[in-house]
Design a protein. Sequence first.
Length: 86
Amino acid sequence: MSAALRSDDDRTFYVHRHAAVGPAPLPELTRVLVTRAARTMEGDDVIAGTEGTIVGIWNNGEAYDVEFSEALGPAVIEAKFLRTLA
């Protein structure tokens, strides 16, 4: 994608923008496994191996809001500490 910029003296400059390259974020409602201990927003500990569901996506998939079926509150967990479940 290119964008044209005009200067005060009527010269035109073009800026080329590259699309972000990387894996697409996991969609909401994806079942995941936490691979590293974390803490919920309420301060509850989430142990590695806990299963949860993605309910929110942060910064194009850098982190996710994950809710758990256990009596735990939601947690924001970095993508590198999540693994999808089949």
